[in-house]
Design a protein around this ligand. Structure first.
Ligand SMILES: Cc1cc2nc3c(=O)[nH]c(=O)nc-3n(C[C@H](O)[C@H](O)[C@H](O)COP(=O)(O)OP(=O)(O)OC[C@H]3O[C@@H](n4cnc5c(N)ncnc54)[C@H](O)[C@@H]3O)c2cc1C
Length: 550
C-alpha cells in the first residue's frame, strides 16, 4: 500500500533529516521518494574522490545553466545529487553553518522565527562535533563534524599569512566568531563521507515506520486546494503515493520549484503557457535564484611538499588502497583543511568573502595545474546581488528545467571579484609564504588592470554549487513568498517545501549545514511542536568594522 502519514520527495540534506525526525517518536509513518540509488562504493564514500561523482550521470541530475550573458555566453554545470543523501553525497564535505547575521536577515525579510537565536539550537541539535568552541557546538547529534589533521605546512602558512596581513584568526568559524583565518571543518566520520544519508536516512530506515521508495516524483496531486499525494513513475509505471497528513517537497533548489510548477503552483502566466492548470498563482516559484561563484587563485610552490606529487595513477592507487583497508591517509580527507571569512571593506559589518585553501594546484577535473608543485585558494564574494530563475522548459516532467543564474549581472559583482583576486595576492605575498611562493599560475602576474582582471573573471569564475532561494520563505502576504515561516506552501493545505530552495538569501559559506538545519526545524513545525527555545548567545562582530576591513 503506497500510503503514509508523511510523504517526503527527496532524500537529500533536508529530506533525510526530516525522515529521521518525523519518524523518531514512532507515531507516524513516513515514505521517502528518491529517484537516485545507492551510495555504496569508494567514489562517494572516499572523501578525496570528491571530484568524481559530481561528474557522473549515475549520481548527478546533469543540469546546466543557459548561456550566461555576463560570462561571455558560457554554460555552467549545475550539479545536484541524484543518489540517497542527495547533494550531501556528492558535495565537497565542507561544513559551515553560516553567519549569525544571515539568519537575522532571513527573519527581517519575513521568515519570522528563523533568526540566529532561533536556528542556533537546531544547529546544536544536529551536530556531533569533534573540536570547536565550548558552549557553541552540538554533541551527540546525527551529523559528525571534524577537522582535518592539517599535516601539510601550507595550511599553517595560509592562516599565518592572514594574521600577518592584519586579519583576525578564528579557531572555530562555526562558533561565536566566523570572521578570520583558521581550520576548516568537514562532514567526515571514521575516514568516510558523512552525508545526510549516513547521518539521518540510514538510521531512520532501521525504524519500522520509515520506507524508501525508488521513483521519480512527477507532481503533487492537489484536490480542493489540499495536497493528497504524489504522482510518481517507478518501474515504468505511473503510481500514486497517498499522504494521510502531508506532502513535503525536499527535492533541491532546482527540482522543488519544478515540481511545484508541474503541480499547478507558480507564476500563472508561465503555467498557462505550458498548458498546466493553475492551482495557486505564486509568482515567486522559481524566482530569487542565487548562488556563490568562486575563482581558483593558483601559485607554484618552490618546495615539493604539495599534493601535486600524488596526482599520478600510482600514488592514487596507493592512497586508495590505504583508504580501502584502513580508512586513513590522504584518501580520508577532502583536503579543505584551512579557511577564512573576511570583510571586503570598512563599513561591511560581517564577512562577505570566503576562502577555501588546499595545498595543491589542481583543475576542476582534478588534474594538475602546476608543472611541478603548487597551492591554491578558492575565493569568492558571499552576497552577490545578482538573481536568476528556474522555469519549465516544457510540461513534460522528464525535461530539464531552464536555469538562468544571471551571474555577474550586478556591477558590484565585478568590483567584489577584482578585490578578491587582489586580496589573495596580498595574502600569498606575506612572509609566511616566503620559501614556498613560486610564480603565480592563475590568473598570472601579467593580469593586473581592471580590464584584464574582468576578462579573467568572465572566463574563469565558476559556480560554488550553492543554488538556493527558488521557493522563498517569507510573510504570507508577500506575493513573492512561496512558503510561510512554518514551510507551508501559501494557498495549499497539507503541502510544505523544506530544503535549500526556501532560503530567503544565500548564507555565508557552503549550504549543506543550513539545508540540514532547515529539515531539522521544519520537522518540529510539521509535528506541531513548540520550536526549541531561542538562544541568548551573541556572535562576535569585529569592533573595527566601521573603520577597517580587518
Ligand atoms: C558538487 C557540489 C559540491 C558542494 N560542496 C559543498 C560543500 O563542500 N559543503 C556544503 O556545505 N555544501 C556543498 N554543496 C551544497 C550542498 O550540498 C547543497 O546545497 C545541499 O545538499 C542541498 O540540500 P537540499 O536538501 O536542498 O537538496 P539535495 O541534497 O540536492 O536533495 C534533493 C534530493 O531530491 C531528490 N529528487 C529531486 N527531484 C526528485 C524527483 N522528481 N523525484 C524523486 N527524487 C527527487 C534528489 O535526487 C536528491 O536526493 C555542494 C553541492 C554540490 C552539488
Amino acid at each position: 500500500m503506497l500510503e503514509a502519514d508523511f510523504v517526503i520527495i527527496g532524500s537529500g540534506s533536508a529530506g533525510s533529516a526530516m525522515a529521521y525526525r518525523l519518524s523518531e517518536d514512532g507515531k507516524h509513518s513516513v515514505i521517502v521518494i528518491e529517484f537516485g540509488g545507492t551510495d555504496i562504493g569508494p567514489l562517494i564514500q572516499m572523501p578525496s574522490a570528491l571530484s568524481i561523482p559530481l561528474n557522473m550521470s549515475l549520481y548527478d541530475w546533469g543540469f546546466a545553466s543557459e548561456p550566461e550573458p555576463h560570462l561571455g555566453g558560457r554554460v555552467l554545470a549545475t550539479p545536484r545529487g541524484k543518489v540517497i543523501g542527495g547533494s550531501s553525497s556528492i558535495n565537497g564535505m565542507v561544513y559551515v553553518r553560516g553567519h549569525a547575521r544571515d539568519f537575522d536577515h532571513w527573519a527581517e525579510e519575513g521568515a519570522t522565527g528563523w533568526g540566529f537565536a532561533d536556528v542556533l539550537p537546531y544547529f546544536k541539535r544536529m551536530e556531533d562535533n569533534d573540536g570547536g568552541e565550548e558552549g557553541w557546538r552540538g554533541h551527540g547529534g546525527p551529523l559528525h563534524v571534524q577537522r582535518g589533521s592539517r599535516c601539510n605546512p601550507l595550511y599553517g602558512a595560509f592562516v599565518e599569512a592572514g594574521r600577518q596581513a592584519g586579519f583576525e584568526l578564528t579557531d572555530d568559524y562555526n562558533g561565536s566568531k566566523q570572521e578570520g583565518f583558521g581550520p576548516m571543518e568537514q562532514t567526515i566520520r571514521g575516514g568516510r563521507r558523512w552525508s545526510a544519508a549516513s547521518a539521518y536516512l540510514k538510521p531512520a530506515l532501521k525504524r519500522k515506520n520509515v520506507s524508501l521508495l525508488k521513483g521519480f516524483a512527477r507532481r503533487v496531486i492537489i484536490e480542493n486546494q489540499r495536497a493528497i499525494g504524489v504522482e510518481i513513475e517507478a518501474h515504468k509505471q505511473i503510481q500514486v503515493v497517498k499522504a494521510r497528513r502531508e506532502v513535503i517537497v525536499a527535492a533541491s533548489s532546482i527540482n522543488s520549484p519544478k515540481i511545484l510548477m508541474l503541480s499547478g503552483i507558480g507564476p500563472a502566466e508561465h503555467l498557462r503557457e505550458n498548458g498546466i492548470a493553475v492551482v495557486a498563482d505564486r509568482p515567486g516559484v522559481g524566482r530569487n535564484l542565487q548562488d556563490h561563484m568562486e575563482l581558483y587563485i593558483q601559485q607554484e610552490s618552490l618546495r615539493p611538499i604539495t599534493l601535486n606529487s600524488v596526482l599520478n595513477p600510482f600514488s592514487k592507487a596507493l592512497i586508495g588502497a590505504q583508504w580501502l583497508f584502513f580508512k586513513t591517509g590522504l584518501g580520508a580527507t577532502n583536503h579543505f583543511e584551512a579557511a577564512a571569512f573576511v570583510r571586503s571593506r570598512a563599513g561591511v559589518d560581517y564577512p562577505d568573502i570566503q576562502y577555501h585553501f588546499i595545498p595543491a594546484a589542481v583543475r576542476y577535473d582534478g588534474k594538475a595545474a602546476a608543472k611541478s608543485h603548487g597551492f591554491q585558494a578558492h575565493v569568492g564574494p558571499m552576497r552577490s546581488k545578482s538573481r536568476g530563475s528556474v522555469t519549465l522548459r516544457s510540461p513534460d516532467p522528464k525535461s530539464k528545467p531552464v536555469i538562468r543564474f544571471n551571474y555577474m549581472s550586478h556591477p558590484d559583482d565585478w568590483t567584489e571579484f577584482r578585490h578578491c583576486i587582489r586580496l589573495t595576492r596580498e595574502i600569498f605575498g606575506q612572509t609566511a609564504f616566503d620559501g614556498y611562493r613560486g610564480k603565480e599560475i592563475s590568473p598570472g602576474s601579467h593580469v593586473q588592470s581592471d580590464d584584464d582582471l574582468d576578462v579573467f573573471i568572465r572566463d574563469h569564475a565558476e559556480s560554488a554549487y550553492h543554488p538556493c532561494g527558488t521557493c522563498k520563505m517569507g510573510r504570507a502576504d508577500d506575493m513573492m513568498s512561496v512558503v510561510d515561516p512554518e514551510c507551508r506552501v501559501i494557498g495549499i493545505d497539507g503541502l510544505r517545501v523544506a530544503d535549500s530552495s526556501i532560503f530567503p538569501r544565500v548564507t555565508n559559506g557552503n549550504l549543506n549545514a543550513p539545508s540540514i538545519m532547515t529539515g531539522e526545524k521544519a520537522s518540529d513545525h510539521i509535528l506541531g511542536r513548540t520550536p526549541l527555545a531561542p538562544s541568548n548567545q551573541e556572535p562576535w562582530i569585529n569592533p573595527r568594522w566601521q573603520a577597517s576591513d580587518r
